[in-house]
Design a protein around this ligand. Structure first.
Ligand SMILES: NC(=O)c1ccc[n+]([C@@H]2O[C@H](COP(=O)([O-])OP(=O)(O)OC[C@H]3O[C@@H](n4cnc5c(N)ncnc54)[C@H](O)[C@@H]3O)[C@@H](O)[C@H]2O)c1
Length: 161
């Protein structure tokens, strides 16, 4: 790893997290997870494009390190920041025995980060969350600061009465 920055949140000294920057940092993910969360299950959320490029290698590394890891693939694009995809991802976590100590990893751009982060924040009152940002926007902006969320579905089924 070439560089490690520490982000301190205004809420208190104990509320801080590192940002790790460096060529080949992806291969350090298993070691980083083991150091911080040994023995916990890992849910990797990615989109179809990033999954095709890096999903298999990441899962291979995680399994080889002895981590219990599941890859959850969502469609690429802004439309995935929706309540439907959120429901699908949180259902995948719940059906695969997510625990308070499980870790959610967002492997992708800002869409995956926002959706996976919102899921991690809301399942079981919140579980640890790690971002592996794969676009420039996600690396310099959306993965830093802790803001996550989803947007509207195109055909949301409610009406004002
Ligand atoms: N939370 C925040 O603070 C914050 C800040 C800024 C933007 N955002 C959000 O970020 C989103 C936009 O993020 P984005 O620009 O990363 O878009 P994105 O996540 O949709 O990624 C853009 C496209 O690039 C592909 N992709 C991602 N990584 C790739 C890689 N390494 N190689 C090849 N293709 C790759 C994706 O599959 C997708 O098709 C918006 O939803 C925006 O609201 C959030």
């Amino acid at each position: 790893m070439n560089e490690k920055l520490l982000v301190r949140l205004p809420a208190g000294n104990d509320r801080r997290y590192p940002v790790l920057i460096g060529a080949g940092a992806l291969h350090e993910l298993p070691a980083l997870l083991l150091r911080q969360w040994r023995g916990r299950s890992v849910f990797v959320v990615t989109d179809e494009n990033v999954g095709r490029l890096y999903g298999r290698a990441v899962m291979h590394d995680l399994h080889r390190a002895g981590l219990d890891a599941l890859l959850i693939d969502i469609p690429a694009g802004e439309k995935s920041k929706s309540i439907d995809v959120y429901y699908a991802v949180i259902t995948a976590l719940l059906e695969n025995n997510v625990r308070r100590g499980s870790v959610v990893v967002a492997l992708g751009g800002g869409v995956v980060g926002d959706l996976a982060g919102f899921t991690a924040a809301t399942v079981l009152r919140g579980v640890p969350f790690v971002q592996v940002p794969t676009t420039l926007l996600a690396q310099v902006d959306s993965s830093v600061g802790g803001k996550v969320g989803i947007g509207p579905n195109s055909g949301t089924a409610w009406r004002r009465s």
